[in-house]
Design a protein around this ligand. Structure first.
Ligand code: BGC
Length: 728
């Protein structure tokens, strides 16, 4: 069906709908369904979280899961893990898994991917997001969406926009300058819309420049609809709509919420009444319905036949997510080539740390997954080593106990003060708990004293990487630093594995540990994959999609900007319907852009990641391609003894500039696989966009003519070659 035919069909259907039916379609009629119109065979839109797989089944009006045995799914690596692969083909593969399983479970829309910028390492939802860098996000989100939508379902990219913290997430206003908005916070969404053709976008909870995102004309109207020509569906985050008239007159299409009073949603009965009283024009509703119908036509929701059926829990899906997890694990440090460990020589192995045994799938908030299975590191290692190695486990530390919740967190998640309980619980320390931790630590240290091979598997869990809560500090919880330090004293070759969704401070022991491995939540095959990396079956090839600073206070958002914001005055509160405001004075200086410009030392830099083999880079040349793009060409050779993958990164900078700008910015990358001794030519294309900045006066991305530096690098700090070129 071409565009004209589609619009004709939409017009026809809209013409047949009554006002009541139209209003039914534009708000939730169940926690994860919009309203249907049986008379005209218009189905409801069945939605499901989330970014790491298709969430379990919920009743229409209850946050207590149905609890059947038929909604177990493939648990995919988190978006941070996908970003750590730096591999668009793998992003596409996860997309395929998500899309097939969404359809396989009978849904129409998956509420993901989440692509907000990681502005502060405090954000409890950072594990759901990809990176601090807009280019990396843009390159990965497009294939991810394409993979999803291939299965006749819609991807709903979230959370548009500036949802960069969980503190006061429903009531925080973001003040941001136009350049930072355009250069840092919007490009991922723009790529998702313009290149990925996402069928849906989720409006964020927070406010932008004094207006709630889901009612925000500037964001949804001027930018998303007019500039980017987005004609898909805009869905609100659950309870992000606050005012009937403002929402109705904004480009938002579907209001969703966490409460069960569906008929009383802002865009339900109150809207019907407003239209009848003449306060809101019915044409606003027609437009929303048209967008919903267009979204339905694309994944064939209105066809009697021909729509893909999907599938879930297939062996192919498990294989795909395993592959992604393999490329997502990052080797941060490997002195004396401590890793990989040799299975035949490992007669005894001591594994320390609660994270060796903890399963993470069913945590984190709306991204939770009812996984078909999840292999813990302990199980992965044991199953890979078999019976010839004696594996001992010592927990080493324990988490703080939590009370069984009376209601599902999401049911009350939007109520005042609802999201404080976990924070208090996770940080609680009692004399008894301290004693327990001390005993666990002593046990681990004693065992480590007499064991040649020790692996510590620690980090965070979903008490910290969790929706609704931010962290106050990057320090490891549960006295883990003390544990790691003491173990390293008696077992200096102990390998440290950090499993976490957000940077952590490793400063107390980082220099003492010889080997450090970083793992984001990497799905159901995590334990098998980690074992493969530790024992050399898999050569690590992940690179950091974000900087790991020393501590929270070091980051640009806190040094230059504000976080988590200041309380509004009574007058402001009334005017904006918000509680706090946060000014992004850090502007474009987010992540490495800040650390590099302000010369702040970090634990591990953006783009860093080692391998069990070694690579050399050949000479770099820059040539003109057709259409004025530049090709940066060089060769990479595997000079080690095992096959491996290297991600070459191209950064662009301009030392002499009239514009305030970062030292350099990522503008291209490529991952290559090389057998030992093999050499490959790599060519990375830079379009004009790679040289632009956002000119606030011109209201456009422009190029400042002059000399630019092109950096070919292994990571931000490890530059191989710099070439200067003139650009006009
Ligand atoms: C989250 C969304 C999620 C929605 C539905 C909200 O709390 O912010 O990301 O998709 O709930 O579960």
């Amino acid at each position: 069906m071409n565009k004209t035919e589609m619009n004709e069909r939409i017009r026809e259907i809209v013409g047949q709908l009554t006002l009541e039916e139209k209003v039914r379609m534009i708000h939730g009629d169940a926690l994860f369904y919009s309203g249907d119109v049986e008379r005209l065979h218009i189905p409801a839109v069945h939605m499901s979280d989330g970014p790491m797989g298709v969430r379990c089944e919920f009743p229409r009006a209850s946050w207590i899961p149905v609890g059947n045995s038929d909604d177990y799914v493939t648990y995919c690596p988190s978006n941070s893990a996908i970003a750590a692969t730096w591999n668009p083909e793998l992003a596409y593969k996860v997309g395929q898994v998500l899309g097939e399983e969404t359809r396989g479970r009978g849904k129409d829309m998956i509420l993901g991917p989440g692509i907000n910028i990681k502005r502060v390492p405090a954000n409890g939802r950072n594990f759901e997001y990809m990176s601090e860098d807009p280019h990396l996000i843009s390159e990965l989100v497009v294939p991810l969406i394409e993979g999803i939508q291939e299965s006749d379902v819609a991807a709903c990219v979230k959370h548009f926009a500036l949802n960069n913290q969980e503190t006061e997430r429903l009531w925080v206003n973001v003040e941001i300058d136009e350049r930072a908005l355009r250069e840092i916070y919007l490009p991922g969404f723009e790529a998702a819309v313009k290149k990925g053709n996402a069928h849906a976008i989720m409006g964020a909870y927070n406010l932008m420049r004094g207006v709630h995102c889901c009612e925000n004309q500037e964001l949804l109207g001027e930018i998303l609809r007019k500039e980017w020509k987005f004609d898909g569906v805009i869905v609100s985050d659950w309870s992000a709509v606050h005012h009937t008239k403002a929402a109705a007159e904004s480009p938002l299409d579907i209001e969703m919420s966490v409460t069960y009073d569906f008929d009383d949603y802002k865009m339900a009965r109150p809207l019907l009444e407003a239209v009848r009283k003449g306060e809101v024009d019915e044409a606003c509703i027609d437009e929303k319905v048209a967008n919903i119908l267009r979204m339905m036509i694309r994944p064939k929701m209105l066809e009697a036949a021909g729509r893909k059926a999907g599938c879930y829990n297939t062996p192919e899906h498990r294989e795909k997510v395993r592959k992604v997890a393999e490329e997502a694990i990052i080797l941060l440090k490997n002195e004396e080539d401590i890793l990989p460990l040799q299975p035949e020589q490992t007669k005894e192995l001591l594994i320390i740390g609660d994270n060796a045994e903890r399963l993470h799938a069913l945590g984190g908030g709306s991204a939770e997954i009812k996984a078909l299975y999840e292999i813990s590191p302990l199980m992965g290692i044991k199953s890979q080593l078999g019976g010839n190695t004696k594996v001992t486990f010592a927990r080493g530390y324990c988490v703080s106990p939590k009370e069984e919740a009376e209601v599902n967190w999401q049911e009350t998640s939007t109520e005042e003060g609802a999201m404080t309980k976990l924070k208090e619980e996770r940080e609680q320390v009692s004399a008894e708990l301290m004693e327990k931790r001390k005993a666990l630590r002593e046990e681990a240290v004693n065992l480590a004293q007499n064991c040649e091979n020790v692996i510590i598997i620690a980090g965070l869990n979903h008490d910290y990487d969790v929706e609704g809560y931010d962290r106050d500090t990057m320090e490891l919880p549960y006295e883990q630093d003390l544990l790691i330090e003491e173990v390293l004293k008696v077992a200096p070759n102990a390998v440290v594995v950090m499993r976490a969704g957000n940077p952590v401070s490793m400063g107390k022991w980082k220099d003492k540990a010889k080997a450090i491995v970083w793992e984001y939540y990497s799905g159901m095959e995590a334990g098998n994959v980690l074992a493969g990396i530790l024992f050399g079956k898999v050569n690590p090839s992940g690179k950091l999609p974000e900087t790991i600073p020393y501590c929270m206070e070091d980051c640009g958002a806190i040094q230059l900007g504000e976080f988590p914001g200041r309380a509004l005055t009574e007058e402001e509160k009334q005017r904006m319907d918000a509680h706090t405001t946060v000014e992004y004075k850090d502007g474009i200086y987010v992540g490495y852009r800040y650390y590099e410009k302000y010369q702040v030392p970090v634990q591990f830099c953006f783009g860093h990641g080692l391998s069990y083999t070694a690579f050399t880079y050949g000479d770099v040349s820059v040539t003109k391609e057709v259409g004025n793009a530049l090709a940066v060409t060089f060769s990479i050779k595997n000079v080690g003894t095992v096959a491996g993958m290297e991600t070459a990164q191209v950064y662009v900078g301009k030392k002499e500039s009239n514009v305030d700008r970062p030292v350099k910015e990522l503008k291209g990358f490529k991952k290559v696989f090389l057998q030992p001794g093999e050499e490959k030519k790599v060519s990375i294309s830079l379009s004009k966009d790679a040289f632009t900045y956002y000119d606030v006066k011109e209201k456009a991305f422009v190029v400042e003519p002059g000399t630019y530096q092109i950096y070919v690098a292994r990571s931000l700090d490890h530059v191989e070659k710099v070439i200067e070129i003139p650009v006009s």
